[in-house]
Design a protein. Structure first.
Length: 319
């Protein structure tokens, strides 16, 4: 599909009204409103970020009861935890009664537009400045001007964070302000519609370039289309096959063969390297990047992914 065809397709979309489209918009907005009541953000940690991210992730990955569990582990006051639990129930009822237009290709009730590339921002496997990120979300929630939002976010996201990339941050920010923040979620498995349109995208998966990419995408959207909700780009991206992208570059995705066999005699590191491969595939990193980390940190994340049923390890005995 060439650029002209993509533009023509995008021009046919009607605006997406967040409240009518998916319940994750309401969930993220409501939890950020709860955090705006905090006077001291230093009490926030990875469990708070887990709860916010959990509101954005689809119920096929983080189910309703798990979302509530995350809420209970936060630094929020008890009355806010109760309020949010009731809102989750209400939104789930809306989904069950098909009040949202988005169904993510499933006939079963669901909330959410995005899968989870990771399940937790555990303090042992990342050095994320959770208080600054959460405070940033609350400040952005209070304003409507895109440029002011970008100016608030840029210094906070200016350095690379270990353990979080543009995918997770963009999902949260998009659900919070869908007309202001595009989705750079490579876990969707589609090519980059933005670079296919000729928009300059720098290091699409990195958190420190996300806002500069937002500025470029916003300029292109405003110059070419009437719609505002960036979800439309995400939907149209599903019509792109990586092999059909003629103009522009693909997103910086790491590709692994569907079937990989590690072979060698006993003691040569097959099981050891399986851990590196599994974590690299889930986190969208190169094998070289994962191998450069402390193995103990990689192994810890591997075990968490196993617990979350993202990895299955099976031993076959040859008879």
């Amino acid at each position: 599909m060439n650029r002209a065809q993509i533009i023509e397709n995008l021009s046919k979309y009607e605006e997406i009204v967040p409240s009518e489209y998916d319940g994750s918009y309401e969930l993220v907005n409501e939890i950020i409103k709860s955090y705006s009541l905090l006077e001291d953000f230093s009490v926030c940690n990875y469990k708070d970020l887990d709860a916010i991210y959990g509101m954005a992730v689809g119920t096929w990955n983080i189910k309703v009861d798990k979302k509530k569990e995350r809420i209970q582990k936060t630094s929020l006051p008890e009355d806010e935890k109760e309020r949010l639990s009731l809102i989750i129930d209400k939104v789930w009822d809306n989904a069950c009664y098909e009040k949202y237009k988005n169904h993510e290709g499933s006939k079963s009730p669901s909330i959410g537009m995005f899968g989870a590339g990771l399940f937790t921002f555990d303090k042992n496997s990342s050095d994320i400045d959770c208080p600054s990120l959460i405070k940033m979300f609350t400040e952005i929630d209070a304003i409507e001007d895109d440029i002011k939002m970008y100016n608030i976010a840029e210094p906070v996201l200016s350095k690379p964070y270990k353990g979080i990339g543009a995918g997770a941050v963009s999902v949260i920010l998009h659900c919070l302000k869908p007309f202001s923040f595009p989705i750079m979620n490579r876990n969707m498995g589609h090519g980059s519609i933005f670079s296919s349109l000729g928009i300059h995208i720098e290091s699409a998966t990195e958190i420190n370039t996300y806002i500069s990419n937002c500025r470029n995408i916003k300029q292109y959207r405003d110059d070419n289309f009437e719609f505002k909700n960036y979800r439309i780009f995400d939907i149209e991206a599903r019509n792109l096959d990586d092999t059909e992208i003629i103009e522009g570059k693909k997103m910086n995705q790491i590709q692994f063969d569907s079937n990989t066999i590690l072979y060698g005699p006993p003691g040569t590191g097959k099981t050891y390297n399986t851990v590196n491969y599994a974590v690299a595939i889930i986190e969208g990193k190169s094998l070289k990047e994962v191998k450069s980390e402390e193995y103990s940190s990689v192994k810890e994340r591997y075990e968490k992914y196993k617990e979350a049923d993202q990895i299955a390890f099976t031993t076959f005995q040859i008879g």
